[in-house]
Design a protein around this ligand. Structure first.
Ligand SMILES: Nc1nc2c(ncn2[C@@H]2O[C@H](COP(=O)(O)OP(=O)(O)OP(=O)(O)O)[C@@H](O)[C@H]2O)c(=O)[nH]1
Ligand SMILES: [Mg+2]
Length: 280
């Protein structure tokens, strides 16, 4: 699908997943939306507005370990101000016990709590669901689009639906860009890895976030050089070379973006409350 000059990644399973979630909403007691703590604004689900009209929604911020702790604190204060029920976890390590206890207030007296886990791709929905039901049954993976269908799982007093990550094809270009950096959308949505990497590098420099990332790569804190030059130096350092000894820019860009998405370049939060940084 091509919209306003860019390709939008919206495969059939997303449309189907959205339809199915809408159909089963009436069977649910609660919806849990998972967002990435590194961009709590841009990683919101396009379905959440309509689901909020039908069921109580609780928000889980995943990847707390990959986010900047100071910015996470600001976000939690903002959510408290908005009176939103928000929980934040490193889903690979943290116990969900306090959240499970809080969920008991939504439980009907004579059956398990029925809930759906929703969100955009790759935010950790399946990892969260497995922790909730106490079994590693839903498939988890580091690329977007792992879960392709809506499935029920039972365990721990919950009957929980895992759902495919669903994107908003009409979201602003800035949102698509942020999602490509966090591994929630394919790099193709912004024209491929090279433009994604250049835009990410520029964004990090413009917002004073480049220093820590550059340190992690050992490439220095250059503010003057064009982003392409920095990326090329990075590629050389990482050994991303063609047979002729030139830097394979596509490969360098892929390594940079994928490492950033996986949090290998240190904790970075891309957004502040009330201010979508990508818009500036
Ligand atoms: N470091 C860290 N990694 C996490 C966390 N939560 C999820 N991940 C990783 O993020 C990736 C995506 O997790 P999934 O549970 O498959 O995400 P999903 O939302 O189900 O993705 P789709 O099914 O593709 O929509 C995996 O590599 C997880 O290990 C977290 O809190 N911290
Ligand atoms: Mg999944």
């Amino acid at each position: 699908m091509v919209m306003s000059g860019r390709t939008v990644w919206f495969p059939g399973h997303m449309a189907k997943g959205g339809r199915k979630l809408g159909e089963l909403a009436e069977k649910l007691d609660l919806v849990i939306e998972v967002r990435d703590a590194r961009a709590p604004f841009s990683t919101s689900s396009p379905l959440i507005e309509s689901l909020t009209r039908l069921k109580p929604v609780l928000l889980v911020l995943s990847k707390k370990d990959l986010a900047d702790p100071e910015r996470s604190h600001l976000w939690m204060k903002e959510f408290a101000r908005l009176k939103k029920d928000v929980w934040s976890f490193d889903l690979r390590k943290d116990s969900l016990t306090p959240l499970k206890r809080a969920l008991s207030r939504f439980s009907p007296p004579h059956r398990e709590l029925r809930l759906a886990v929703v969100g955009i791709p790759n935010v950790g929905k399946s990892l969260f669901l497995n922790a909730l039901v106490g079994k590693s049954r839903a498939r988890v993976g580091g690329v977007p689009g792992i879960t392709r269908d809506v499935n029920w799982y039972k365990g721990g007093g919950f009957l929980a639906v895992d759902s495919p990550g669903i994107l908003d094809p009409h979201a602003e270009a800035g949102v698509h860009r942020v999602l490509s950096w966090l591994g929630c959308a394919k790099a193709e949505v912004v024209g491929g890895y090279e433009p994604a990497a250049v835009a990410l590098l520029c964004f990090l420099r413009e917002h004073g976030l480049w220093g820590s990332v550059a340190g992690a790569w050992g490439v220095g804190e250059t503010a003057e050089e064009p982003a392409e030059t920095v990326l090329e130096r990075l590629g050389r350092r990482l050994g991303c070379l063609t047979a002729g000894g030139r830097v394979n820019m596509e490969l360098a860009a892929r390594r940079f973006v994928d490492s950033f998405a996986a949090g290998k370049l240190g904790p970075v939060t891309l957004e502040l409350p009330g201010e979508p940084l990508w818009a500036s």
